[in-house]
Design a protein around this ligand. Structure first.
Ligand SMILES: [Zn+2]
Length: 412
């Protein structure tokens, strides 16, 4: 098997691995000020998409000129398609050159074959199967076996621990080659129950004194997780932004949700806000869960504009804040840029780790388990310390491990 690493090499973002010059595993972009793409020049016959986050799916429409077969789970297709449409809409509104045109987006929809996790299928000379990856609804790890019986397992983004929204990944096949994400190598998550308790305490304290809480959250996964958590503690929230649309998609795929009844209850009990309704909202002892999770655009900026002078209120970040984003600036300096104006935030800014990735311990356990069952090569990607992870694998298991550089090729 030939592997060529086209992105997410010793970095987080723009995941892309080319197998035997014809199968592409993920094709994402790096979000942030300057969007980055995988190395170009690939002409895949088939594309497998692990999940809908744009750092895994965001550039797939760019590959449509050769009309490859595209495979993903049904929720991943619906969510990725929603994001791709939104990308086009934003480009049009901002007068920017979109990365792909509506025709390519239509082709993307036509070329996609939706395949559930657990279903074995055969394509382009390979046996293939998606395995549940936890992480977000529809997220799948990708398993391939070629004609010589050489097998490969690509984790995508994986979480072996349960969250409120999705069950953790539990089933893994034997595989000769393992390509693993490395996001939280060397970083242990605090126990989720403690994080949840601190978050709820912080929200309640703010509401008690008449302040409001803005909870910036990614549309896919985090918005739903936070609403379920608030609902479980009897806190009625407002929800605004694409997280509502993402919820409606998820509700159509209950088999990919850990507890669809709880998810539905959380949204039934929440107040959905959009457009003109925003202006009539009273921002007093109110919780608003909204996009964007890193404060780069979206309705969250509307709410911050209303509340940035209110020291009783709070902004509670629920995810990792990439360097160069407004969210990172808020954490580091207490300022954000809102519509060209630098605003100094009077509300306290807090951050809680609601990660949907395996932490250090779970990642290591997973890799060890693969190596114990005969994996011969491990590749670490999608992380800040992929080299450290590869070294750890070599020392701990004796199995050959590599942290590929951008564009590096391997013949196995
Ligand atoms: Zn992801």
């Amino acid at each position: 098997m030939e592997l060529e690493f086209k992105g997410a090499c010793r970095e987080v973002g723009r995941s892309a691995v080319l197998v035997d010059e014809k199968l592409m595993l993920d094709y994402g972009v790096s979000p942030g000020e300057n969007i980055q793409y995988p190395l170009n020049g690939s002409r895949p016959e088939a594309v497998f998409v692990s999940h809908a986050h744009i750092d895994h799916s965001g550039a797939v429409p760019n590959l449509m000129d050769l009309e490859p077969d595209v495979f993903m789970t049904p929720p991943t297709f619906d969510l990725a398609h929603m994001l791709a449409k939104d990308t086009l809409k934003i480009a049009e509104r901002e007068g920017e050159m979109p990365a792909y045109d509506p025709i390519e987006l239509t082709r993307f929809a036509h070329q996609t074959k939706q395949i559930d996790t657990g279903v074995e299928f055969h394509t382009h000379g390979y046996d293939a199967q998606f395995f549940d990856a936890g992480h977000i609804p529809g997220a799948a790890a990708i398993y391939l076996k070629d004609r010589e019986n050489k097998s490969l397992f690509y984790t995508g983004d994986i979480n072996t621990a349960d969250t409120r929204l999705v069950s953790g990944a539990i089933e893994f096949p034997d595989s000769d080659i393992l390509i693993t994400e490395s996001t939280y190598f060397g970083d242990e998550h605090p126990p989720r129950r403690e994080v949840e308790k601190q978050f709820i305490d912080s929200v309640s304290d703010t509401l008690d004194i008449g302040g409001s809480v803005i909870v910036p959250a990614f549309a896919i996964g985090r918005t739903q997780e936070i609403l379920m958590l608030l609902d479980a503690h009897g806190i009625r929230a407002h929800v605004d932004g694409m997280g509502v649309q993402a919820y409606r998609i998820m509700a159509k795929h209950p088999e990919y949700i850990r507890n669809p009844t709880h998810l539905k209850r959380a949204f039934d009990n929440a107040t959905m806000v959009n457009g003109h309704k925003r202006d009539s909202m009273r921002l007093e002892s109110t919780v608003i869960v909204t996009t964007a999770g890193m404060l780069n655009g979206g309705p969250v900026l509307y709410y911050i504009n209303k509340l940035y002078r209110d020291p009783k209120s709070k902004i509670i970040l629920t995810g990792y804040q990439v360097e160069g984003t407004n969210g990172r600036m808020a954490m580091d300096t207490g300022n954000i840029e809102n519509d060209g104006v630098i605003q100094h935030l009077k509300p306290k800014v807090e951050q809680y780790d609601f990660s949907a990735h395996s932490g250090d311990r779970e990642l290591k356990e997973m890799v060890k388990d693969f190596c114990d069952r005969g994996t011969e090569y491990v590749f670490t990607m999608h992380g800040d310390d992929c080299e450290g992870f590869a070294d750890w694998v070599k020392e701990e298991t004796g199995v050959q491990a590599f942290a590929p550089q951008l564009g590096e090729r391997f013949s196995l």
